[in-house]
Design a protein around this ligand. Structure first.
Ligand code: UDP
Ligand code: MG
Length: 321
């Protein structure tokens, strides 16, 4: 029978400057629980020495494990792989850069012991992040909230503790473009926040450039809302109604007045505007269709290069099970 009480899942992408300190802090905190645990580092195709450093940690401590991807599959997929390999009765997700203080895990464990199934970290303050990041996050979470029926908590990242049954429920969801914090809300169970201040990165720079942030935001919205698709119908109705009114005005002018409007530039401007709107709507539809295409291909979520510390060593490919 499985005796691991806690699994801590840490996604890693080019974090060579953070790995050792993160591991040290996590070991310290988890040791304080006095219960058996495992640390699972998921190397998401790092191009620096992250994998090598983690292998060193695995060799020194059997409680440390490595899942090594064949390339960069993205943060959410790395977390997913960690969840699929975790054997603890409670699973903690935490970033590798120490922005989320490991000490908060102890508070999460307390809440879990009080009977909560999901304890999520709620950021009451964010240190050392750019104004753009803070503003875009503020805007994004509120936009998402207004668009979805699933109650995704505001200002909450993936830093959280989940009970085994929540982890099993998540592992049963096979969707490709995963927005984990939304999926956790979607599966339900008893959830509660723990407030904390997000710290500055221990070292290095963010691994979420604008491109990844946009993809992440679109995954969040498209996974949980059809509202953008409805935008097309709403706009269509509004524009048709406005055009009809305008038609009446033009007819009136033609029949009962001598006014004629010179029109070339205004026609071009209106045409361009509406072509733009149509293209935007096509783009929105495209975002959904692309995701349907991803699902229909049914590819594994990731390919493994290697696993270390899971009882058997594996060099082949692996699917998401
Ligand atoms: N990460 C990952 N794959 C990626 C990008 C990021 O595994 O493609 C990891 C990264 O190493 C870190 C976590 O995901 O542990 C969050 O990334 P980061 O701290 O750069 O994001 P931010 O806190 O700036 O939003
Ligand atoms: Mg970070």
């Amino acid at each position: 029978m499985n005796r691991t009480r806690y699994s801590v899942v840490v996604p890693v992408y080019n974090e060579e400057e953070c790995i050792e300190e993160t591991s040290r802090r996590l070991l310290e905190v988890m040791d304080a629980t006095g219960e058996p645990f495992e640390l699972i580092f998921v190397n998401d195709g790092s191009r620096d020495r992250s994998a090598e450093l983690i292998r060193g940690l695995c060799a020194a401590d059997k409680r440390i494990k490595l899942i090594d991807f064949s390339r960069n599959f993205g943060h959410q997929i790395a977390v997913t792989a960690g969840l699929q390999h975790a054997s603890g009765q409670a699973v903690v997700l935490i970033d590798a850069d120490l922005q989320d203080p490991p000490e908060v895990i102890l508070q999460m464990i307390d809440k879990w012991k009080q009977g909560y199934d999901v304890v999520y970290g709620k950021r009451i303050q964010r240190h050392g992040e750019t104004l753009f990041k803070k503003a875009s996050a503020l805007f994004f979470y509120r936009l998402l909230h207004s668009m979805t029926n699933v109650n995704i908590p505001l200002d909450t990242g993936d830093f959280r503790l989940m009970d085994r049954k929540v982890c099993d429920a998540l592992n049963g969801l096979k969707e490709q473009n995963r927005f984990i914090r939304g999926l956790v809300s979607w599966v339900g169970f008893k959830q509660t926040p723990v407030e904390y201040e997000r710290q500055e990165r221990f070292a290095g720079t963010t691994k979420y450039p604008l491109r990844k942030m946009v993809k992440f935001a679109l995954d969040g919205i498209t996974s949980f809302s059809y509202k953008p698709l409805r935008l097309a119908s709403y706009l269509g109705f509004t524009v048709s109604a406005a055009s009809f009114l305008y038609l009446l005005i033009v007819l009136y002018q033609k029949l009962f007045t001598t006014t004629t409007l010179p029109g070339w530039s205004s026609i071009v401007a209106v045409n361009l505007l509406f072509n733009g709107i149509v293209l935007i709507i096509l783009g929105i539809i495209g975002e959904y269709i692309g995701r349907i295409y991803d699902e229909s291909k049914n590819r594994p979520l990731y390919i493994l290069n290697d696993k270390v510390g899971f009882g058997y060593e594996d060099n082949g490919t692996d699917s998401q099970d």
